[in-house]
Every structure is written in C-alpha cells, then in structure tokens.
Design a protein around this ligand. Structure first.
Ligand SMILES: [Zn+2]
Length: 265
C-alpha cells in the first residue's frame, strides 16, 4: 500500500497544479457563447471512481488517479478543437457528490445528473480494468456501449463513437480486448441487466451510468483503456503521466473524429 500511496501523492501534486488551470470554465461563462450553440457539442468526461468509490488497484497502479489524469489530458486535447465544450464530472480525487461510501449508486446518478444539467451531447466515462482472477492474458482496450434496447439510436451512436476511440487506442499499441464476460472479438460490447427493465419491457443496460443516461436520452459509453493486471499494459500504458496523456489524446482524437470537429485556427 505504501509505495502506491507515495507515488499517488507525487503524481497528485503535479495533477493538482495542472487541473487548477483548467477548472475555470463554468456553465454560466459558457452560456455567453450560446450564439454558436447550434453547432456546438458538449462532451462530459467522467473520470471513473474517486477516493470514496475506489476503482481497481494493482502493484503501483491506482485507477481513480489514472482515470483523472486521462480525463484531464483528454479535456486539454479536445479544447484544441472548435465547436466543443468539455466538462468533467470530477476535478479532484475526492467524490464531489457527497462522498457517501454506502451509496455508489447515488454518486453515479449524480454524475448522470451533472451531464444532464450540462446539456451533454455525450457522456464518456473513462476507466481501466482489472481481471478479478488475475488472468494476465486479459489485456487491451474495450468500449462498453448502450445495448440496442429502448432507444436504439443511442446504441448506434455508441457503436460509432466507440469504434472511433478504439481505433485511436489501438494506435497507441494497445490490443483490442476480447472481454471474457462478453466475448465477441470486436472490443465493442454491450452488457444487459439480468432483471432490470426499461419502460418498454426490454432488458436494461447492466451499468447504471449507461442505463440512467439512456433514460434521459444521453448516449453514454464506458472506455476501459487497459488492464492493470496485464504487465505489458501496466508498464507501457498505465505508469507515467506521459502514458496517460497518450491515452487521453487518443480518446479526444476519437471523439473529435466522430463528431467531425476541426482544430482551432
Ligand atoms: Zn473502473
């Protein structure tokens, strides 16, 4: 635990300085530029987990911190394009939604609510994976997309956006993950709830972030960049700020390509 914490703290110092430069944007200041709202898209980036709702950790890797780095670098890169406003559901390691350890559900609902209030075009949740059996053969990237039920157009958008991001992630040297829970070989996966239903009686998406976003009409995808339990993924993609930057830039490029964004002049 100790080395993880020490490393986390030193990474955090750099990140705190960097993030403070990028948190000035607010809903109100953005409202002034409503004139160009017609073509403007709003991307809400969700750095998965926080210090209350912990993600995976293995060796020197801590998911909540890694996801925050990736989100920050993704935002920084996306803001090089015109016609896009970018928000993050959290800007620090702490949970901004009450930090109730007993209610991860409430935290996830608050993240979706944040996206709704921001009038999000899309909610992109950034994560990394861990194989619970420590199966080191599980590696690479996958994107969890909305299933085709209830609002099928969100599945279509998720498929195209997911593919665009996956193409960029593979460009960084990551493999396409064939997730053993939902294997289909494409790196684009849907996962249904075993019992939850949408109002039309069809199976809900398994992940709360995706099914709650679907309920309010926002396409939501979960990008699982790499496996911390795979040595090559962890050493070559999940160990340094530069590597997190490479992943964030890949996500941003995939998003920009899908929405046809142009770099600012
Ligand atoms: Zn996660």
């Amino acid at each position: 635990m100790k080395p993880i914490f020490k490393r986390g703290m030193s990474l955090l110092l750099g990140l705190t300085m960097a993030v403070s430069l990028f948190t000035a944007t607010s809903f109100t200041s953005e409202a002034k530029s409503k004139k160009s709202a017609k073509k403007n898209i709003v991307v809400v980036l969700d750095a998965g987990h926080d210090t209350t709702h912990m993600g995976c950790h293995y060796e020197n890797f801590e998911e909540g911190l890694a996801n925050l780095y990736i989100a920050y670098y993704c935002k920084q890169e996306l803001e090089k394009y015109s016609g896009v406003t970018v928000y993050m559901t959290r800007n620090t390691l702490e949970c901004p939604y009450g930090a109730d350890p007993a209610s991860a559900t409430k935290c996830l609902a608050s993240r979706v609510n944040f996206a709704k209030n921001a009038k999000a075009t899309v909610l992109v949740s950034l994560h990394n994976d861990y194989d619970p059996d420590l199966d080191k053969s599980q590696n690479g990237s996958k994107v969890i997309i909305p299933n085709p039920n209830y609002k099928p157009q969100l599945c279509v958008q998720g498929t195209q956006l997911g593919q665009s991001i996956l193409t960029q992630l593979v460009g960084t040297g990551l493999a396409v993950n064939n997730w053993k829970l939902c294997p289909n070989g494409t790196g684009l996966v849907t996962r249904d709830s075993a019992s939850g239903k949408y109002p039309d009686g069809s199976a809900k998406d398994y992940y709360a972030l995706i099914n709650q976003s679907k309920s309010v009409g926002i396409p939501c995808i979960i990008v699982e960049h790499a496996f911390c339990t795979n040595d090559s993924d962890r050493v070559n993609h999940l160990s340094t700020p530069e590597q997190y930057q490479q992943l964030g830039v890949a996500d941003a490029t995939g998003i920009a390509n899908y929405y046809g964004l142009k770099l600012k002049q």
